[in-house]
Design a protein around this ligand. Structure first.
Ligand code: KIV
Length: 247
């Protein structure tokens, strides 16, 4: 699984053998320039989910439910999950474990598949005390395992496990029968997810658990510098780039 936020990248991704696309609320940070994901709202998620869906990718499209779109009431959560489906999502993802089990149950009952997200949950970074690895203490470890079980019991079809110790993710994976998808949680999950800006080398700050497979930032800088050079030197536009009425 990889995040994708817009039409052109979704077109490219659709030609790969990637299994699923996450329209993640990480778009708030990597696309919109916010410091965290809490400012992302339903309008943002609907706009980006629609753009990805218009690329018609063969992959499963999972859309993130943004901060405060599912915490206030189950009714609001179902309505908002429905709006993401109408925008083109095949499933929604929301953060939290035992405390959101009722919400997961309500959305699933409405016929919308739900992916859980436990471990380091970025929308709850204030309560967590920052963006940190979770699961060190026995209490946190046990609570995460219970979170996984509660999500499965509530009807989630899969669970993202973010930024926890490898043995914690392994124990959760063994405790549930639905697929787990890791990010910063080791090798024992059933799948992996990355933020595409990290993979493409476009992020300003890349977390320790992400890997860049290409340095697009340098490539973009090179292309822009070459363009500026060519415009200043008169090499662009070339004869092939404009029409002359005489010819
Ligand atoms: O929003 C996102 O990109 C995510 C992934 C980090 C799993 O939730």
């Amino acid at each position: 699984m990889l995040t994708t936020y817009d039409y052109p990248v979704a077109r490219i991704v659709s030609e790969t053998d990637l299994d699923s696309i996450l329209v993640g609320d990480s778009l708030g940070m990597v696309v919109l320039g916010y410091q965290n994901t809490q400012k992302v709202d339903m309008e943002d998620m609907i706009r980006h989910t629609s753009a990805v869906s218009r690329a018609n990718p063969p992959q499963l499209i999972v859309a993130d439910m943004p901060f405060l779109s599912y915490e206030v009431s189950k009714e609001e959560a179902v309505r908002n999950a429905g709006l993401l489906v109408k925008a083109g999502a095949d499933a929604v993802k929301l953060e939290g474990g035992q405390e959101v089990a009722d919400v997961v149950r309500a959305i699933t009952k409405a016929g919308i598949p739900v992916m859980g997200h436990i471990g380091m949950t970025p929308q709850r970074y204030l309560k967590l005390g920052g963006f940190r690895v979770v699961g060190k203490s026995d209490a946190e470890f046990n609570s995460l395992v219970e979170d996984g079980k509660a999500l499965e019991e509530a009807g989630a079809f899969s669970i993202v496990i973010e930024n926890t110790y490898a043995d914690v993710a392994e124990t959760i994976t063994r405790s549930v029968s639905i697929p787990t998808i890791c990010i910063g949680a080791g090798l024992s999950c059933d799948g992996q997810v990355l933020v595409i800006h990290d993979l493409l080398g476009l992020s300003d700050v890349r977390p320790y658990f992400a890997k860049a497979y290409v340095d697009l930032k340098s490539e973009i800088k090179k292309a822009v510098s070459n363009y500026v050079h060519d415009v200043k030197s008169g090499e662009f536009p070339g004869k092939e780039n404009y029409k002359d009425r005489a010819n």
